[in-house]
Design a protein around this ligand. Structure first.
Ligand SMILES: O=C(O)CCC(=O)C(=O)O
Length: 274
């Protein structure tokens, strides 16, 4: 699917039919490169702790990432699918260092999220090249229409998913499409589309910033979590609001994120073996 085929009023229809849209340019390669340098700096400064800092809800502790989830070029496209009133429920890096064995098993996102209805969209923003060789995301078109499928938890260490969850049904890999992205491009995918990714075999890290957007009418089942109103109006108040961090890793922002993550983890890890 070329970018020109996914621009304009028909983009929502294409998304509904195939469950994804890609590629979509949302910033320059230079802009993405600056953000990638910032991520490299966080890894240099914080070592093994960087993964946690850039994991669940990194936008709550880094102002530049908070601004990225509010980026109008992203939201214009998300609005074509979700409508005008949009919340950012969460955001995190899926990063694979150069020549790293980490991968993502075939799964559907909604499995443990406790959100309904399934009108949820992910913007996957590439800060470095996301190619077949670096382990780009792969999707199986149309599977978002199959409803919630069964998953099993594996807890495999190299799996980037919280429980190492994997689909119980066999995936026909010949049907899968590689979402190849240049730095500064994004893909959009439906919360029920079957997707996964392989290892990074290149000399560069593969950094994907993954932003989960929901319409304001969406509800969190089994607990109360936070969400950021990024566009329009929230007439439902199903979520607690979040503030913009004052500075990188400001103590108030760190404390806020710890609480927000604890509430989210209680739902995501409900019934988990570890
Ligand atoms: O980054 C990846 O390879 C997978 C991302 C993913 O599973 C997701 O965005 O839901």
């Amino acid at each position: 699917m070329s970018e020109s085929m996914t621009v304009g009023a028909a983009a929502g229809d294409v998304y509904q039919a195939q469950g994804y849209l890609s590629p979509i340019r949302i910033m320059s390669e230079a802009g993405a490169g600056q953000l990638a340098d910032k991520i490299a700096g966080i890894y240099d400064d914080h070592g093994v702790e960087a993964k946690g800092l850039l994991g669940s809800n990194a936008h709550l502790i880094f102002p530049e990432l908070f601004d990225l989830v509010c980026n109008p070029a992203i939201l214009d496209r998300v609005e074509e699918v979700l409508g005008p009133d949009i919340l950012c429920w969460s955001a995190a890096f899926f990063s694979k260092p150069a020549h790293d064995p980490s991968f993502v098993s075939w799964h559907q996102d909604l499995t443990y999220w406790g959100l309904e209805p399934a009108d949820i969209i992910t913007a996957w923003v590439a800060l470095t090249p996301s190619t077949k060789e670096s382990g780009c995301m792969r999707v199986v078109p149309g599977t978002h229409n199959e409803g919630q499928l069964g998953h099993s938890d594996t807890y495999v260490a190299e799996n980037l998913l919280s429980r190492g969850q994997v689909l119980d049904v066999q995936v026909d890999e010949d049907e899968a499409v590689d979402l190849i992205l240049r730095p500064g491009e994004m893909s959009l995918h439906h919360v029920l589309i079957v997707h996964g990714s392989e290892l990074n075999r290149t000399d560069l890290p593969r950094h994907g910033f993954v932003i989960r957007y929901i319409p304001t009418y969406c509800k969190q089942i089994g607990g109360r979590t936070t969400s950021l109103l990024v566009r329009g109006e929230d007439r439902y108040n199903h979520f607690d609001p979040v503030p913009r961090p004052q500075a990188d890793m400001h103590p108030d922002a760190m404390a806020f994120r710890d609480n927000a993550n604890a509430a989210m983890q209680a739902i995501l890890m409900k019934g988990a073996a570890i």
